[in-house]
Design a protein around this ligand. Structure first.
Ligand SMILES: [Zn+2]
Ligand SMILES: [Zn+2]
Ligand SMILES: [Zn+2]
Length: 204
């Protein structure tokens, strides 16, 4: 059947925050591991056909990690819209399906992201307030010891607090580094660091 030959896949890039929506035919998806890259080049979704399942690795905007998710092959091939979600935030991080439903779901997710980021900025509404508080105070400690720098050599930086992460931004070259602030693991991760290096703009 015609409509079963194409699949649309989408996710939101954690680096540039653009939605990445692509169309792939099932033959090329099944042939080998697919790397679906954001045009910014800093994140990619991978799709792997296993014997009975399809496995995806999804870069997550919300928690800054990568999620490995899977579903039965027949669902991947036939469902109008499949949603995969982030275990830390419970929010969707990837859609697979037909064109219309995938575009609609992605547009709704974009709106949800805008709303969450607005609330984070205005009301200090975070995924987990305690985690955010701890992560911010760790960043402050590292900064006080002069531990934050950029690969370009700059030590001038600013930061932006998001719903479930903090972005460190180099004031010289604009490079960004996302520090996840979603779960207790994120506190452990940053606790053991004495330096944070913002990577300069990477080349492909
Ligand atoms: Zn991107
Ligand atoms: Zn996540
Ligand atoms: Zn820099």
């Amino acid at each position: 059947m015609e409509h079963e030959k194409k699949r649309f896949l989408s996710y939101i890039c954690p680096h540039c925050r653009q939605s990445v929506i692509v169309e792939r035919d099932l033959f090329s998806l099944a042939a080998s591991t697919n790397h679906i890259k954001c045009p910014c080049g800093k994140s990619e979704l991978t799709v792997d056909f296993m014997p009975n399942r399809v496995q995806l690795t999804v870069p997550c905007l919300f928690c800054g990690r990568e999620h490995t998710v899977s579903c039965p092959s027949h669902a991947f091939i036939r469902e109008k819209a499949l949603a995969f979600s982030c275990a830390a935030s419970g929010l969707d991080c990837c859609y697979v399906g037909e064109e219309g439903p995938v575009y609609a779901a992605t547009a709704r997710l974009e709106q949800a992201v805008d709303k969450l980021e607005e609330d984070a900025e205005e009301k200090g509404a975070f995924l987990d307030e305690i985690v955010m508080h701890e992560v911010l105070s760790e960043i402050k400690d590292i900064a006080q010891r002069g531990g934050i720098s950029c690969a370009c050599g700059s030590r001038n930086w600013t930061f932006q607090v998001n719903y479930s992460s903090v972005d460190l931004i180099c004031a010289e070259c604009g490079a960004q580094m996302r520090v996840p602030a979603a779960t207790a693991d994120d506190i452990d991760d940053i606790c053991c660091k004495t330096n944070l290096l913002i990577r300069g703009k990477e080349k492909e």
